[in-house]
Design a protein around this ligand. Structure first.
Ligand code: ZN
Length: 120
């Protein structure tokens, strides 16, 4: 399963990050996932329960924040947010663009522990 291997590597990364906080209890791990990252957020959240079992992250929650696709439109001269992933045309002027600036991210945004927050 695609999502399970992604989540497993996230759990490993977070576990390494938390080595510096040996007494910390993890409450929440927040991810930034682009709309084009070809993963299903619900599936990531589901797999997280499996992947975190028996690790210091067991019992914590995975929160997936989906980022919209942002492209740079040469005619408008600015970055524009797409409403969906069906069309790669500028929503302002209708020009097609392939200059993508956001949408394929898959990264840890932050980790919430019982005594604060750790940036991913
Ligand atoms: Zn435009």
């Amino acid at each position: 399963m695609h999502e399970l291997s992604i989540v497993t590597s996230i759990v490993e990364t977070v576990t390494e990050t938390l080595a510096a906080y040996p007494t910390a209890r993890v409450l929440e791990v927040r991810l930034r996932v682009g709309a084009l990252a070809s993963v299903i957020p619900e599936s990531l959240e589901f797999c997280y329960g499996i992947a975190s079992e028996g690790t210091p992250l067991e019992g914590s929650r995975l929160v997936v924040n989906v980022l919209p696709v942002v492209m740079h439109c040469a005619s408008c001269g600015q970055n524009v947010e797409l409403e969906g992933v069906q069309s790669f045309r500028c929503p302002r002027c209708g020009e097609p663009s392939s200059d993508m600036r956001q949408g394929r991210e898959l990264e840890i945004d932050s980790i919430e522990i019982d005594d604060g927050e750790v940036k991913g």
